[in-house]
Every structure is written in structure tokens, then in C-alpha cells.
Ligand binder design. Structure first.
Ligand SMILES: Cc1cc2nc3c(=O)[nH]c(=O)nc-3n(C[C@H](O)[C@H](O)[C@H](O)COP(=O)(O)OP(=O)(O)OC[C@H]3O[C@@H](n4cnc5c(N)ncnc54)[C@H](O)[C@@H]3O)c2cc1C
Length: 419
């Protein structure tokens, strides 16, 4: 009998834990290393927002959410599709439901019970956890180097699976430090960039950000309902109704995140991106024009807008912020602005603040088993790969799916090596 293979998984987020599960089920001896004192910290944070595990829309539509990478991700997502993910969660005793938006959540909207049950199952399957082990690359002779509280530690597994995450919320463990180490070993990597992120606004002739009045009175205020329209110079368009939040320097929130890849790419090319807001998405332009044009007598513009159109609070403040006096007092121009209020964005917020990260290991640098072509025996999974998707459960589903595929790929590679 041959001794079980010794495998290292580095990174204890959803992708690494899923890979460890597959490897342990394949009979390997699995050591899972993580830099932090406990694993799954970002997963637990996702639980604060209800833990949107996946999405219930038809699978053909689901796949399109991965944009330019959908064809490459399709085989892995087909193998671990939303239904499989829900069944897997059910196997851990976590029932899920489809919310009104189609998003799928655990019934209790929490991540901790799922993670607890999962870690218990992984320990039962023989996975050894090594927390406070920060991987620092390789020694000259190819061993894995870890910084630990007891000093540097080296490990020589039979194969390694990296699931190191992106670079957002670095305090939870994923800091993107691995990117240059892989690049130095000939792995094709794309720069890490914010995805599902907020933006800073710019106003002509003024410093970036809002006026002190808007910032001090309305930072944190949700704008809803509202529709956001974007058309960028390469022809890509975005139009959706939803809500966003005014921040100290700009905008963020689900509607902004959904358009963030387009806006970020446009800013990268032109140093700015323009969008328009429809502050009355449920009203047609004729109705808006007729209501704005009604005589207002001695009433102030603010009272008129509030009583006739229901525009007050942060929406009224945005009009005052973004229009000049002449526009505000010209009924036709004001009506047009209520449906197409122009907003200029000048910078994406830093990657550390983003929900997720774009860039990372290019899929072309991997074979179908998710093994690095430049480093045989090294596999990668999760958010550290160069794909992006909007919020809606697509991020976690692809992390689970690639973690599973990389684990299976590693087992298949070992089987061939052993022949
Ligand atoms: C606020 C917030 C809410 C979110 N909500 C959702 C949601 O509801 N639905 C959804 O689909 N997605 C959500 N996401 C995104 C989702 O959490 C991530 O896409 C997912 O956790 C990525 O999984 P991963 O395993 O690839 O990486 P991570 O979860 O980032 O895990 C990587 C692990 O690697 C470890 N690590 C990194 N570098 C090293 C190193 N050098 N040595 C050792 N260990 C290292 C880290 O400590 C970490 O434990 C949310 C993200 C945020 C920030």
C-alpha cells in the first residue's frame, strides 16, 4: 500500500475549504494553512449581509453574470451549479430559500452555523488546520515558506492548492501579496482591481467629492427608487432600477456595484466616467414635465417638488448639488434633469474597500484542472483567479465551484503522476 499523498491547501476561505473537502474525500492527507487566527473570516462577514450563497435565476442567465469569463467558468459552474450548492448546504443541515429578488440565502440568513458545521465535517474527514501560518512564497529549492508565531516553517507537500482570495478587506486575511510571487515564477497575472466597488464623484471646477453640505447632511442616505444609466465609450451599456447610497465622497451600494466594472474600466481609459440618474424611474417624462410645469404660486421650489413629484430629502439635495440656478428654475430643464441627472465619477474607491477583486491569475495561465501551466503541481481557485461578477451570490458560487474543480483536478493529476 502506498502512503496517502500529503497535500497543502493555502487559504481557508470558501474556495480553499471546498478544495480541502474534495481532497480529503479523495483519500489524501490534507493540511490547510491560513494566515489568520481563524478561517472563513470574509465568509462570516458576508453573513452580516444575509449570506447570499447563489442565485435562483435560470442557469443560462446565471452564467451570463460572469461576463467575458462565462465560457471558461461554465464547465466548473455546471458541475457545481446553484442547485448543487443548495443541496450541499442542505447536507450540512443548512436549508436555503430563494428571496423575492431571486437571490438564495440560508433560512437563518447567517454564515456562522454553516461554517461551524462545515469545519466540523472537515475535521472529521481528517483535514488538519494550521492557523497563523502566512505563506510567503517558496524557498530556492521549492519548499513552501510560512511565517508563523514560532518563526519560519517550511513544508514540502506532494502538491499545493492556492486559494488566497483577492485583495479587498485585507484585515480579514486576503491582501493580494501573492501576486508578485506568482508573477516572478512565470505565472500570467492581471493587476488586482476593485470590483463591486464605490466611486468618488467629481464636479466641474471643484475638488473631487460632494459639497460639505451634501456630505455632512446626506452621507449614508439611500437613494431609492432610482435608475442608473451608463453608456461607456466602448459601447457597453448599463440600465437598471434599484438603490444606492450617498457616501462622504461619492456613491456606493448594490446598484452602483452592478455597474462598477463598466465604470471602473471607463475611468481607467478616460480618467472619468459619466452616468445619468433617473430620480423618478416609475414616472414617464411627460408626466414629470407636466407636474414640474404646474404653476407653483408663492410656494418654494422645494415645496413644489415635494408636493407634486415626491422629490425631497437626498433626491432634492442631489438636484441642488448637481444643477445650477438657471437649470433649477427652468421647468423644462429641471424636468429633463429629474429623468436624466448627469453625474461624473472620477475614481473607483480603493480595492481594500471593495466587495470583491478583479484581476489575479489569468485563466489562460491554468489548464482545465486549474493547475498552473508554469508550475506543475500548483493549483488555484476562488477569487484569486481573474474573473469578476456582480453581487447576487455569483461570487460565492464561483468560489465554491472553482475550489471543487481544483480539488478534483489535483486528484486527477496525482492519479496520472502515480501511474
Ligand atoms: C462585505 C462583503 C460581503 C460579501 N457578501 C457576499 C455575498 O453575500 N455573496 C457572495 O457571493 N459573495 C459575497 N462576498 C464576496 C465573497 O465573500 C468572496 O468572494 C469570497 O469569500 C472569496 O472566497 P475565497 O475563498 O476565494 O477567498 P477568501 O474568502 O478571501 O479567503 C482567502 C483566505 O486565504 C487566506 N490567505 C490569504 N493570503 C494568505 C497567505 N499569504 N498565507 C496564508 N493564508 C492566506 C486568508 O486569510 C483567507 O482566509 C462579500 C464580500 C465582502 C467583502
Amino acid at each position: 500500500m502506498t502512503a496517502p499523498r500529503r497535500l497543502a491547501v493555502i487559504g481557508g476561505g470558501p474556495a480553499g475549504l471546498m478544495a480541502a473537502e474534495v481532497l480529503a474525500a479523495g483519500g489524501a492527507r490534507v493540511d490547510l494553512f491560513d494566515a489568520m487566527p481563524s478561517v472563513g473570516r470574509k465568509f462570516l462577514l458576508a453573513g452580516k449581509g444575509g449570506l447570499n450563497l447563489t442565485h435562483g435565476e435560470p442557469f443560462e442567465v446565471f452564467l451570463t453574470r460572469y461576463g467575458a469569463r462565462q465560457t471558461q467558468l461554465a464547465p466548473w459552474l455546471t458541475d457545481f451549479d446553484p442547485a448543487a450548492l443548495r443541496q450541499w448546504a442542505g447536507g450540512l443541515g443548512i436549508e436555503t430559500f430563494v428571496g423575492s429578488s431571486g437571490r438564495v440565502f440560508p433560512v437563518d440568513l447567517k454564515a456562522a452555523p454553516l461554517l461551524r458545521a462545515w469545519l466540523q465535517r472537515l475535521r472529521g474527514a481528517g483535514v488538519s488546520f494550521h492557523q497563523r501560518h502566512r505563506w510567503c512564497g517558496w524557498t530556492d529549492d521549492g519548499a513552501l515558506r510560512f511565517a508563523t508565531p514560532a518563526g519560519e516553517h517550511t513544508v514540502r507537500p506532494d502538491a499545493v492548492l492556492l486559494a488566497l482570495g483577492g485583495a479587498s478587506w485585507a484585515r480579514l486575511g486576503s491582501d493580494g501579496a501573492w501576486l508578485p510571487w506568482l508573477a516572478a515564477r512565470g505565472v500570467d497575472v492581471a493587476p488586482l482591481q476593485p470590483s463591486n466597488c464605490g466611486f468618488d464623484v467629481g464636479r466641474a471646477g471643484r475638488a473631487p467629492g460632494w459639497s460639505p453640505h451634501l456630505r455632512d447632511r446626506f452621507a449614508g442616505a439611500p437613494v431609492k427608487p432610482v435608475a442608473l444609466n451608463v453608456e461607456i465609450s466602448d459601447g457597453r451599456r448599463f440600465h437598471r432600477q434599484g438603490e444606492f447610497v450617498v457616501t462622504a465622497t461619492g456613491i456606493e451600494g448594490s446598484l452602483v456595484y452592478a455597474a462598477s466594472a463598466l465604470l471602473r474600466d471607463e475611468i481607467a481609459v478616460h480618467d472619468e466616467a459619466s452616468l445619468t440618474l433617473d430620480l423618478l424611474p416609475d414616472r414617464n417624462p411627460d408626466w414629470v414635465a407636466a407636474e414640474v410645469a404646474r404653476p407653483r404660486g408663492p410656494r418654494s421650489l422645494s415645496t413644489h417638488l415635494k408636493s407634486r413629484l415626491g422629490i425631497d430629502g437626498v433626491k432634492a439635495a442631489l438636484l441642488h448639488e448637481l444643477l445650477d440656478k438657471e437649470q433649477l428654475h427652468d421647468a423644462a430643464r429641471l424636468a429633463a434633469a429629474l429623468k436624466t441627472l448627469p453625474l461624473r465619477l472620477v475614481a473607483a474607491r480603493p480595492v481594500d474597500e471593495a466587495i470583491s477583486t478583479a484581476g489575479g491569475v489569468r485563466l489562460e495561465a491554468l489548464d482545465q484542472r486549474l493547475m498552473l501551466k508554469a508550475l506543475p503541481g500548483v493549483f488555484c481557485a476562488g477569487e484569486m483567479l481573474d474573473w469578476e461578477a456582480p453581487t447576487g451570490g455569483y461570487l460565492l458560487n464561483a468560489c465554491f465551484a472553482t475550489g471543487r474543480a481544483a480539488g478534483q483536478g489535483l486528484l486527477a493529476w496525482l492519479a496520472v503522476e502515480e501511474r
